[in-house]
Write a protein that binds this ligand. Structure first.
Ligand code: SAH
Ligand code: SF4
Ligand code: F3S
Length: 471
């Protein structure tokens, strides 16, 4: 894809690089002082992007920009993009059209970063049709935002395009402004080596690389001191975490479990092929690790799984589920499924429905297969017509919804221990939290309960969430 930038070689160690960026932060802060500048950020994609955005916000706030939810009044606009499926492109270009006015009225700086910027055809389109974008950065150059902003403000550069195709290093100690003050997301590894044939991630995020255990543990200890109670560990394939000799994901879970102040530990996403017994054991024996597991299936057909390069069969997946259910009896399983992968026959699709019926997932994230340039599956000849993909999607959705409805009944009347993490997304007057199994529970109660763990009696099933009352 993109060329290797030789200049990057001369750049010093990761620590020196971050120190350099901190100098740029100071320089920008001097320029921005007393100007009451605002930034607007739009994040697309997965939790890893959300965590990256928290770092972008951290850097921007240290550069004396304060956050606004209204891009029309922003002096700095940043989009952190995703390219996992095609519709993300339409969303970005639509948004870019909208913010052109802010550029004119507030002389706003417009920056775009993230996964989509690692795609050459996107850069070409941006350069051709959206010349008013000031800064373009990729997934390996996010930490250089202060330098980019400084150069634009100073006029050293009229426009910056800083995208690298090398495997990124790991930059610790970036400023961070978290969206939540009870739950914190902590990225433990970057990139992916799996090359599932439908997926763009390995091309845009680079090779798998793990943070050092001590860096992760210290970050979480710091979070516990700040009052955070719940930790979500992030990575494209968390259970292939490699913290050095004889230190794997199971060791990490057990060590985080010992950190005082942290009450709940969750993680996404593990890969079924790497789900070793020691990880199951660590979940079963670490009391803070939630009994909820996101175990991406993708397809229930062994033929399709092979074509997807998932490295497990339908039988192996079901066996793994059985093993997990035996060791962790109250486990709640969630999954991701793609329908309409090239060559998927009616009988392959039936296999997917079969696994869904057998496993009885707590939640299923369903996706219609989307062709991604540069991936192996995009070149496969037996692409499935849109109409068939949609019909299968609807059939799967119907099955999933009926199962969720049935499954929800087991909660009614039970008492659940719930950490109230804020007001509900749709109604400011109600509170919300999650069961141990990660099911959202909405509660009508006083705001004083926010940040407390309380006993809640589940009273009502509302399909995607439950209602309850504090007892
Ligand atoms: N690393 C994680 C998932 C990352 S992407 C894992 O392996 O589970 C999140 C989900 O998006 C995937 O699990 C997959 O279901 C879906 N996805 C990825 N590429 C896709 C594509 N080309 N079309 C449709 N869905 C896709
Ligand atoms: Fe994509 Fe597969 Fe890696 Fe997940 S494991 S990010 S689906 S290549
Ligand atoms: Fe999207 Fe990048 Fe995540 S492509 S799903 S934001 S890793």
């Amino acid at each position: 894809m993109l060329k290797y930038n030789i200049l990057e070689e001369i750049r010093v160690t990761e620590k020196e690089e971050i120190d350099l960026q901190k100098e740029y932060i100071k320089k920008v802060r001097d320029i921005n002082k007393n100007k009451k500048l605002k930034y607007y950020i739009l994040t697309m994609g997965c939790s890893l992007n959300e965590n990256d955005s928290e770092k972008l916000c951290g850097m921007l706030e240290e550069m004396d920009y304060s956050k606004t939810e209204n891009f029309e009044e922003a002096n700095f606009i940043v989009f952190n993009t995703c390219c996992i499926r095609e519709n993300a492109e339409d969303k970005l270009f639509g948004k870019l059209g909208e913010v052109k006015k802010a550029k004119k009225e507030n002389n706003a700086i417009i920056a775009i970063g993230g996964c989509m910027m690692q795609e050459e055809h996107i850069l070409e389109k941006l350069n051709k049709s959206y010349p008013y974008v000031d800064i373009i950065f990729g997934t390996h150059t996010l930490h250089k935002l202060p330098e980019d902003v400084y150069k634009i403000l100073e006029g050293t550069n009229k426009k910056i395009e800083d995208v690298l195709d090398i495997d990124g290093k790991i930059y610790e100690d970036l400023p961070i402004k978290r969206v939540d003050n009870i739950k914190a997301q902590v990225t433990i590894m970057y990139g992916c080596n799996n090359y599932c044939t439908y997926c763009i991630v390995p091309y845009v995020r680079g090779r798998e690389r793990s943070r050092k255990p001590e860096d992760i543990i210290n970050e979480i200890k710091g979070l516990a001191k700040e009052g955070y109670k719940e930790i979500m560990l992030l990575g494209q394939n968390v259970n292939s975490y490699n913290g050095g000799k004889n230190y794997n994901f199971a060791n990490l879970l057990k060590d985080i479990n010992k950190i005082e102040g942290i009450e709940k530990i969750r993680f996404i996403s593990p890969h079924p092929k790497d789900f070793t017994d020691d990880v199951i054991e660590a979940i079963a024996t670490s009391e803070k690790v939630c009994n909820t597991l996101h175990l991406p299936l993708q397809s229930g057909s062994s033929n399709v799984l092979k074509a997807m390069n998932r490295k497990y069969t339908k039988e192996q997946y079901l066996k793994l589920v059985e093993k997990i259910k035996n060791r962790i009896p109250d486990v709640a399983l969630t999954t991701d499924i793609i329908v309409g992968f090239p060559g998927e026959t009616e009988s392959d699709f039936e296999d997917t429905l079969d696994v869904v019926r057998k496993v009885k997932f707590e939640q299923v994230f369903m996706f219609i297969y989307s062709r991604r340039k540069g991936t192996v599956a995009d070149k496969m000849e037996n692409q499935i017509p849109e109409e068939i993909k949609h019909k299968r999607f609807d059939r799967l959705k119907e099955l999933v919804e009926s199962q969720i409805k049935e499954n929800n009944q087991k909660y009614i009347g039970t008492i659940q221990k719930i950490l109230i993490d804020g007001t509900s997304k749709t109604n400011e007057n109600t509170l919300s939290g999650r069961t141990d199994s990660n099911k959202v529970v909405v509660i009508e109660a006083d705001k004083k309960y926010i940040n407390q763990t309380v006993n809640v009696k589940i009273t009502q099933d509302c399909m995607w969430y439950l209602k309850g009352e504090i007892v």
